[in-house]
Design a protein around this ligand. Structure first.
Ligand SMILES: [Zn+2]
Length: 278
């Protein structure tokens, strides 16, 4: 028969062991910041806000930069978890404005009103290529970002990125998907523009068998403070992959030196968030 005092002791020991295991387990999960999340109108029903935030938390995200068509999606998530969600202002009211927004001058009012009302870390993700940057709407977007001291999240080719910096040499720019460009082009762009960050959303060409390829490894090592992670939930269905994407990212990050892995995983994004005028 077990006395009640030894039962209590066993109980306490079991509890300590469980806590120890839990903290070890926790220590193994690398925190991440996802710099490319959208919560657009057609995702709201499939993944109600509480569920969407739950998925981001379950993925082990420290923060997520979120932009949505329209901005109400982002605000829904901010209201639930203001610590997790770092809002970014998208210039789209709904899906389907990717090609037309840049000619629509009413977008400027939309941005101006939202910027006056809420706090944002950036404007984007927007789609613009080459000389689009010289259109009045894009020029206003660049000057609004400069006025508020926030970044631009640009889904753009290298020409457009160059044009943004020609317009405002002090701009802070996150290059969505690293332009889907080749490592040598990304290298040239990062060398040329010290205020350019590159997100790795929706690309996997840097990974082979769960490890970073040698060419990309060199690129990451040469620009350790410029790469960011991203899932890009550009359709509602992409929300199913948020956790899978985080797990996959942790896998290839493990093939990098620890300090470099942490920078890409979350530190670069945290530094960018602090660069933004608060
Ligand atoms: Zn996107």
């Amino acid at each position: 028969m077990v006395s009640s005092s030894s039962f209590n002791a066993i109980h306490a020991l079991a509890l300590i062991l469980a806590l120890h295991l839990a903290s070890n387990l926790h220590a193994e999960v690398r925190p991440l910041v996802d710099a490319h999340i959208h919560y657009s109108h057609d995702a709201w029903q499939k993944f109600p806000p509480v569920e969407a935030v739950g998925l981001l938390r379950k993925a082990g995200l420290k923060h997520a930069f979120v932009s949505s068509s329209n901005d109400e999606g982002t605000q829904k998530l901010v209201r639930i978890d203001p610590e997790l969600i770092l809002p970014v202002l998208r210039p789209y009211r709904r899906r389907g404005e990717i090609d037309t927004w840049k000619y629509d001058e009413s977008v400027i009012n939309l941005l101006t009103e939202n910027l006056a009302r809420n706090r944002y870390y950036g404007i984007g993700e927007f789609h613009a290529y080459g000389d689009d940057i010289n259109l009045p709407v894009l020029q206003s977007v660049i000057s609004l970002a400069s006025h508020y001291g926030i970044f631009l999240h640009a889904h753009s080719d290298a020409d457009a990125i160059n044009n943004i910096f020609a317009t405002d040499p002090d701009a802070l720019v996150v290059w969505a998907h690293s332009g889907f460009d080749d490592p040598e082009v990304i290298r040239a762009m990062l060398s040329r523009h010290p205020n350019l960050w590159a997100d790795l959303a929706f690309r996997s060409d840097f990974e082979v068998d769960g490890k970073v390829s040698s060419e990309w490894r060199q690129l990451f090592a040469d620009f350790p403070d410029r790469f960011l992670l991203g899932t890009d939930t550009y359709t509602p269905e992409r929300w199913y992959y948020v956790i899978e994407q985080a797990d996959w990212s942790r896998q290839w990050l493990n093939s990098l030196p620890e300090s470099l892995a942490d920078r890409i995983a979350w530190k670069n994004a945290e530094i960018l968030a602090k660069r933004v005028r608060q």
